[in-house]
Design a binder for this molecule. Structure first.
Ligand SMILES: Cc1cc2nc3c(=O)[nH]c(=O)nc-3n(C[C@H](O)[C@H](O)[C@H](O)COP(=O)(O)OP(=O)(O)OC[C@H]3O[C@@H](n4cnc5c(N)ncnc54)[C@H](O)[C@@H]3O)c2cc1C
Length: 541
């Protein structure tokens, strides 16, 4: 029997690979997804880490998942249910005070620290929302691409740029200035323009350093804050929620949606090399030795990994490869799941019985200065002795994750060095750092350490080995101005097309970047369908 040639093979079964596959199959193309791990979902998976205790392993909270993707793939019909948190965030302070934000309570909570800040909060949200709306309008579109010359492609991109300009002109001048601020300034400066009290600045500033190995006083960090604000849960903008069953419920629903459209999904299928024939992609080779043929390839894997490890180097333009080698991938995050015998009792809000704060994102980082120190310490020492942690206890909302009476928590710890400065391996210090993270929570919630029945700890090195996240980068590449929008992954390649004909980018290394959004997968599918349908048409008699 002649070997089958798929229209498209997707390298990696992360959520974007699955989304891309589903849209391609919907358009009538034959599609195969190849995933290295034993389950699909990439950084959005739920796994049992201790008998009876399941948790989202990496990504742990949902907001950015695009509503169009949810609707187009009919994810609710495939079992996805997303619920809101009872409160959005809880910031306990070392002096026993706290800030607990969420619908109906934020203003009065901020007023505990500053009436002026409470009075300005609504205007701040409106200003951020206006810019977030612009971003929402851009996430499902390919950015204008920089191309050489003024041929047909050049003219098309010029038109594209004009349309973008028009969209931005819809904003008044003050909003355009705010937009520029958010793309360029330090989060600390932007927040200090609005607020005077530290707790609200810290609570909002946390979003600027999540997965972003930087001080909130560094230029560009305000964008990362904005990046975390363009989502919504069940129609409520800017809100974060929980996928029942953990983040794996999202990708399991996506896999079902893809399979229902005819996509073949193969796990334990590691791609080791791209096959290139006559200057065009022809398929992939697997670790098993098998070769799978395809007319096109869509890479869901981190693009630095794709180009520096999976692509024959002589097939790539030299300048492209050199840039890709310099593509910044480095998040500085340390991820833990813990099984708990009881809910933590915080000094700031004592009691083991479930309260709204237990269902919130609990942030341990009392000030922007604290975050700045954490970053500086990590650069010097490898990790901060006073680390930044977001603690989330999803079992307060979802009893499928832990046995009755017990709980699971995610600890998302920021600012550990992706590579340790003294050349030591993360394997040598993982346990020491995990102990420190637990002790840090214990300092705010005495007894927490004792309540830990089991734990799973993933260093930046583990994130790279387990999920292919180069440098532990949770976004598949830093969200810095030189790696965003029409520069993602680099100028000239923002239209989801790689430098080899037939090769496409469908993962978070493409616009709009990381997070569980489904947007790169959606946008890449559009480019692939346009090209393959055009090719079939021109090849037809
Ligand atoms: C610790 C952590 C916490 C996060 N928290 C959140 C959060 O709470 N909310 C949020 O929205 N986002 C969060 N993120 C970011 C978000 O999870 C990612 O940006 C997103 O999941 C990336 O999706 P993707 O489909 O583009 O790529 P990935 O999920 O990285 O998928 C790529 C896939 O390719 C596979 N692969 C790698 N190499 C090969 C190969 N050679 N052959 C075949 N397959 C291969 C991988 O196994 C993986 O399945 C977090 C990420 C991390 C790591």
């Amino acid at each position: 029997m002649p070997e089958r040639t798929y229209d498209v093979v997707i390298i990696g079964g992360g959520h974007n690979g699955l989304v891309c596959a589903a849209y391609l199959a919907q358009a009538g193309l034959t599609v195969k997804v190849l995933e290295r791990r034993s389950i699909v979902g990439g950084a959005a998976v739920t796994e049992e880490f201790h008998p009876g205790f399941r948790n989202s392993v990496a990504s742990y909270t949902v907001s950015l998942l695009n509503p169009k993707v949810i609707a187009d793939l009919n994810l609710h019909a495939h079992g996805l249910r997303i619920v809101e948190r009872p409160a959005q965030n809880f910031l306990p302070l070392p002096d026993g005070r706290y800030l607990l934000t969420g619908e109906g309570r934020t203003r009065s909570e901020i007023a505990k620290f500053s009436q002026a800040d409470a009075d300005r909060y609504e205007a701040f949200c409106q200003s951020l929302e206006r810019i977030a709306d612009v971003l929402r309008g851009l996430v499902l579109k390919a950015p204008p691409n920089v191309v050489k010359g003024l041929g047909l492609r050049g003219l098309r991109e010029l038109l594209h740029l004009g349309m973008l300009g028009n969209q931005l002109r819809g904003l008044d001048l003050e909003a355009q200035r705010d937009l520029l601020d958010l793309f360029t300034r330090p989060a600390a400066d932007v927040l200090s323009d609005w607020f005077e009290s530290e707790p609200i600045k810290a609570l909002l500033g946390f979003d600027a350093i999540v997965g972003n190995y930087a001080s909130p006083f560094d230029p560009g960090t305000a964008y990362v804050l904005l990046h975390h604000a363009f989502g919504e849960v069940n129609g409520k903008k800017g809100v974060w929620g929980h996928a029942m069953g953990g983040m794996g419920a999202i990708t399991q629903a996506m896999a079902k949606a893809a399979a229902a459209r005819g996509v073949e999904i193969e796990t334990d299928a590691e791609v080791t090399e791209l096959a290139i024939e006559r200057g065009r992609v022809a398929g992939v080779a697997l670790a098993s030795g098998q070769v799978i043929k395809a007319r096109a390839l869509a890479a869901n894997v981190n693009l630095k990994l794709l180009y520096t490890e999976l692509t024959p180097q002589d097939a790539l333009p030299r300048d492209f490869l050199q840039r890709m080698e310099r593509f910044k991938c480095a998040s500085g995050t340390f991820r833990m799941s813990v099984a708990l015998s009881e809910l933590p009792s915080f000094t700031a809000l004592p009691g083991h019985d479930a309260g709204a704060h237990h269902g919130a994102g609990i942030i341990i980082a009392p000030s922007l200065d604290y975050m700045d120190h954490a970053y500086r310490d990590a650069r010097k020492e490898g990790w901060s002795r006073a680390p930044i942690i977001e603690l989330l206890i999803p079992s307060t909302l979802d009893d499928s994750l832990a046995p009755p009476g017990a709980h699971v928590a995610s600890l998302f710890c920021q600012h550990v060095a992706p590579n340790l400065p003294d050349g030591r391996s993360w394997d040598e210090v993982r346990d020491e750092v995990a102990d420190l993270m637990i002790a840090t929570v214990d300092a705010y919630a005495p007894g927490f350490a004792q309540s830990v029945i089991a734990r799973q700890a993933l260093s930046p090195l583990d994130l790279e080995r387990e999920f292919g996240l180069v440098g532990g980068d949770i976004f598949h590449g830093a969200l810095s101005a030189n790696q965003l929008f029409f520069a993602r992954p680099m100028l000239g390649y923002a239209d989801y097309r790689g430098p080899i004909p037939g090769l496409y980018h469908c993962g978070s290394g493409a616009h709009p970047g990381g997070g569980v959004t489904g947007a790169p997968g959606h946008n890449a599918a559009r480019a692939i369908v346009a090209d393959l349908k055009r090719r079939s048409f021109s090849a037809s008699p």
